[in-house]
Each structure stands twice: as structure tokens, then as C-alpha cells.
Ligand binder design. Structure first.
Ligand SMILES: NC(=O)C1=CN([C@@H]2O[C@H](COP(=O)(O)OP(=O)(O)OC[C@H]3O[C@@H](n4cnc5c(N)ncnc54)[C@H](OP(=O)(O)O)[C@@H]3O)[C@@H](O)[C@H]2O)C=CC1
Ligand SMILES: CC1=C(/C=C/C(C)=C/C=C/C(C)=C/C=O)C(C)(C)CCC1
Length: 388
């Protein structure tokens, strides 16, 4: 371990401290690592400066509880520091190398997790982690072939045989109702519901019920699913509902005059609208569920290398590939979902928005209670339910 690494380990790391440090890539190999919490800070600062300068810099930052320091003595630039910070809001070192391979040792034996879009990307990595904690996992996905392959992989990797797949197409309310009926009939409990599935910036298309695809799948589909499963979730309390949103909510507004983008369609605005809807839904649901033992969270997973970008044009995809070090792996991208699912300190929190395993502010539009109420009522009408 280099001098600087030792200094940081002594000063910032060690068990029982709140501020933690991970040191990676020093001399191109991992040199030391503190416990799991090191990965839970909201911002990573990348230093590629001389040790002496870095020590002073870190001393200066000591009062900031939110700083985690990643030292990469090779292959980083100062520009990278800023781009990384603003682009992905953090790049968290992979936990695959941590002693447990997981973000904490909390067990979920005897608990059931239902997760949408668990066959790939962030959802699959979230499922993998929660399976290793002993939970029964229900992966809800639209493509049974992909889902079955994911289950096989997850069972082999986790040694947990209690992982099943069920068909759910969020672009079809009939499929959502059939799925929910099966779950309500066959499952005794749902302790953690993770509304993770999503589609981003697709060409204009509509769901089976005539909703714009992104609003329909990302928001309305999960809205209806949650409604249909809520009694079971309530009976399973303490329980958690997690809505995977995005920082892209900041680019959106709820266009009540044209929710289905029939008059004009911007794929990015429609994605932003759907992710904003995820947060507004979270806030309103949290209020309605006060006192029930069911808590609700929304989150941004970071910029994660997954199939979500399949509709992005080649130039953007190429840029993402080129600057892949500014983005997260799916394992890293799953950490905030896992945090919201298991962190004991969140037991008493509800309705908030998280990023990099910490509560952060969402946009002003996402905090507007009137919009949240209006969206709730309109969503009820659109999917044909009465949810007070
Ligand atoms: N990747 C990123 O950088 C970011 C992701 N997010 C959010 O994270 C979540 C997970 O995305 P990510 O893992 O990246 O993306 P992926 O595209 O890798 O995974 C999305 C999952 O959603 C499923 N899905 C899509 N449409 C439907 C549908 N109609 N019915 C059922 N399932 C469906 C996909 O199924 P199939 O495999 O069949 O297509 C897939 O399992 C999304 O909500 C996304 O908005 C937020 C911010 C950034
Ligand atoms: C499709 C694709 C890629 C990019 C996916 C990306 C970059 C998704 C980003 C999504 C974001 C930022 C969503 C925000 O809500 C890679 C990894 C380049 C590899 C090639 C295929």
C-alpha cells in the first residue's frame, strides 16, 4: 500500500467511521478497501494528482461527510473528475471485489421480492444481490425465454433455488391484471416490490391500451401493478415499494394536455415525463400509505451500461462506449435499488428520492404536490381504477 493510500486508510477509513474511502487502481491494482459503506457515498472524486497535493486536498475536504475518495493514479485526468461528477453523478467501484460481494450483510431469508424487468441490466443485478441474501425472488418480465435464462444464471450464481419468473408485459393492462391475479392467488407475501422495468427514447409507439409507450410502461404500467398488488404488500408489512426513476426526470414535465404525446412527440421529453411521473407517484403513494408499515422510495441508478440505450443513435452509443469509465456497470447501477430495499435506516423514511445510496433532492416539478395529486387522478382514469 502506497503512502497516500495508508494515510487515507488511517484517516478516513476503518470500521465504525462514517466517512469511508476506497482506493482503486493505484499502480493499476486494488490496494486496499474498507467495508461496504465506502461505496455508498453520493459523489466520487477522482484524483490524478501528486500524493502531496492530494493529501492537502483531502484534508481540506475532511469536513464534508459526503466525500468518498477514489484514487486512480493511472489513466485519469482532471477533466475526468468533473465530467464523472456531473455525467454519472458518481462512479462507484464494483462491489464484486468486496469480501461479501454485496453492499452489506443484511439477510432477507423468509422475505419475498417482486421485481419487474429482472431479466437484464440493473434489474438482474438487483435480483442477483437480493437472491444472495436469501430472499425468494419473483422476476416479472415480458420475454419468458430471456427470463428463464436469467433465472438459471441467478440460481447457479446465488445457490438460491427460490427464484422464479412470471410473464408480465407492462405495455398491456390485460397482462398486468393476469400477472397480478396469479401473484395474489399464489404468493403469501410481497415484502419488497421493485418497479424497475423501463424503456427509453423509443420511436413513437403505443401500448395495447393506446398509451404512449414510455408513459404507459414506465409509469402507468407500474401504477396499475402496484395498485393490484397493494393489499398483499400491505399484509406483508413492514414492506417496501421502490420505483426506479432517473435524473432524466429533470428534463421532463407532465403535459396534462397531451399525456400520450399525440400532438407532438419528443422521445427524450416523453422519457423525462415518465420518470418524473415515477417520483410524483412515489410521493403521493408514500402519503397514502402512512401508518401502514409500507414505505416507498424512488431513485436514480446513475448512468449505467445496459440495454436501455438500445434506441439511442449510433453516435451517442459510440460516445458512451468511448467514455465508458464515466458510466457504471449494471452491478454498480443496482446499488441504490439494493440500498433502498435493505438499508435498515430507511425503515422510517418514505417518499424520498435517492441517488448513489443517499437521499438527494429531486427537481421542483417532482416536489409539486398539486401535480402529484392531479397525476394520480388522471392515472386512475387512464387505467380504469378507483384508488383513493
Ligand atoms: N441505464 C441507465 O443509465 C439508467 C436506467 N434507469 C432506469 O433503470 C431501470 C432499469 O433499466 P436498465 O436496466 O438500465 O435497462 P434495460 O433495458 O437493461 O432493462 C430494462 C428492463 O425492462 C424490461 N421491459 C421493457 N419494457 C417492458 C414491458 N413492456 N414489460 C415488461 N418489461 C419491460 C426489459 O425487458 P426486455 O429485456 O424484454 O427488453 C428489461 O428487462 C429503468 O426504469 C430505467 O429507466 C434510470 C436512469 C439511468
Ligand atoms: C445501448 C448500448 C450502450 C449504452 C447504453 C446507455 C448509455 C444507456 C444510458 C441510459 C441512461 C443514461 C438513462 C437515463 O435515464 C453501450 C453501453 C454504450 C453499449 C452498446 C449498447
Amino acid at each position: 500500500m502506497g503512502t497516500f493510500a495508508k494515510y487515507l486508510y488511517k484517516e478516513e477509513g476503518g470500521k465504525g467511521k462514517k466517512k469511508r474511502v476506497i482506493i482503486v487502481n493505484q499502480g493499476n491494482k486494488k490496494t486496499c478497501e474498507t467495508d461496504h459503506r465506502i461505496n455508498l457515498a453520493p459523489v466520487t472524486v477522482l484524483l490524478s494528482i501528486q500524493e502531496k497535493v492530494a493529501v492537502n486536498f483531502v484534508s481540506m475536504l475532511k469536513s464534508q461527510r459526503w466525500i468518498t475518495v477514489v484514487i486512480q493514479t493511472l489513466g485519469s485526468t482532471e477533466k475526468g473528475t468533473f465530467v464523472r461528477k456531473y455525467f454519472s453523478e458518481c462512479s462507484i467501484p464494483s462491489k464484486a471485489s468486496s469480501p461479501t460481494g454485496r453492499s452489506s450483510d443484511i439477510r432477507l431469508d423468509g422475505k419475498t421480492v417482486l421485481l419487474t424487468g429482472g431479466n437484464t441490466g440493473i434489474g438482474k443485478e438487483t435480483a442477483r444481490d437480493l437472491a444472495k441474501r436469501g430472499a425468494r425472488i419473483i422476476i416479472a418480465c415480458r420475454d419468458m425465454e430471456k427470463g428463464t435464462a436469467a433465472v438459471k444464471e441467478l440460481v447457479e450464481d446465488s445457490g438460491n433455488e427460490s427464484i422464479i419468473v412470471k410473464k408480465l408485459d407492462l405495455a398491456d393492462t390485460k397482462s398486468i391484471r393476469e400477472f397480478a391475479a396469479q401473484i395474489n392467488d399464489g404468493e403469501e407475501q410481497i415484502n419488497i416490490l421493485i418497479n424497475n422495468a423501463g424503456v427509453m427514447m423509443c420511436p413513437y409507439s403505443k401500448t395495447a391500451d393506446g398509451f404512449e409507450m414510455q408513459f404507459g410502461v414506465n409509469h402507468l404500467g407500474h401504477f396499475l401493478l402496484t395498485y393490484l398488488l397493494l393489499d398483499l404488500v400491505k399484509r406483508s408489512s413492514p414492506a417496501r415499494i421502490i420505483n426506479v426513476s432517473s435524473t432524466a426526470h429533470k428534463m421532463g414535465s407532465i403535459n396534462f394536455k397531451d399525456l400520450n404525446s399525440e400532438q407532438s412527440y419528443s422521445s427524450i421529453k416523453a422519457y423525462g415525463q415518465s420518470k418524473l411521473a415515477n417520483i410524483l407517484f412515489t410521493k403521493e403513494l408514500a402519503k397514502k400509505l402512512e401508518g401502514t408499515g409500507v414505505t416507498v422510495y424512488s431513485l436514480h441508478p446513475g448512468a449505467v451500461r445496459t440495454e436501455l440505450g438500445r434506441h439511442l443513435n449510433v453516435v451517442i452509443r459510440a460516445s458512451f462506449k468511448l467514455f465508458h469509465f464515466f458510466t457504471k456497470s449494471p452491478t454498480e447501477g443496482a446499488q441504490t435499488s439494493i440500498y433502498c430495499a435493505v438499508a435498515p435506516e430507511l425503515e422510517t423514511k418514505t417518499g424520498q428520492y435517492y441517488s448513489d445510496c443517499a437521499q438527494v433532492d429531486c427537481s421542483r416539478a417532482a416536489s409539486n404536490e398539486e401535480t402529484a395529486k392531479k397525476l394520480w387522478d388522471v392515472s386512475c382514469k387512464m387505467v380504469g381504477i378507483d384508488w383513493q
